[in-house]
Design a protein around this ligand. Structure first.
Ligand SMILES: Nc1ncnc2c1ncn2[C@@H]1O[C@H](COP(=O)(O)OP(=O)(O)OP(=O)(O)O)[C@@H](O)[C@H]1O
Ligand SMILES: [Mg+2]
Length: 95
């Protein structure tokens, strides 16, 4: 699999307020990917959508080939998340 994450025109709206405005990107297998932006840019909202915690408003997302919104249980089986450095174990590698 070449792209482990594919995001196309992803959008999140809270009523009239657009928190994530039609973003698209992909992440290749084995790649270290940094997702940066100023405060309030929509980073947490995006990550919450990709990790199936928050429903998207529109757009298409594939995680490990599974379609977000339709195959969320399959996505959850494939991903692991550490939200903060403070809960990392210094001696435990990703591998
Ligand atoms: N539940 C919510 N209801 C309404 N607006 C929200 C909600 N959650 C986030 N927002 C708004 O959506 C926008 C994006 O917020 P988000 O938390 O995703 O940004 P962020 O890039 O993670 O910011 P930070 O760098 O401060 O962590 C902000 O304007 C925020 O106020
Ligand atoms: Mg945030």
């Amino acid at each position: 699999m070449q792209n482990v994450i594919e995001v196309s025109r992803l959008q999140k709206k809270y009523g009239e307020m657009t928190a994530v405005n039609n973003i698209s990107f992909f992440v290749k297998q084995g790649e270290l990917f940094a997702f940066l932006g100023e405060n309030g840019a929509g980073k947490s909202t995006t990550i919450n959508m990709l990790s199936t915690i928050l429903p998207k408003s529109s757009g298409e997302v594939l995680v490990m080939g599974h379609e977000l919104g339709r195959e969320d249980a399959s996505i959850r089986k494939e991903i692991g998340i550490v939200f903060q450095n403070s809960v990392l174990d210094g001696k435990l590698t990703v591998k």
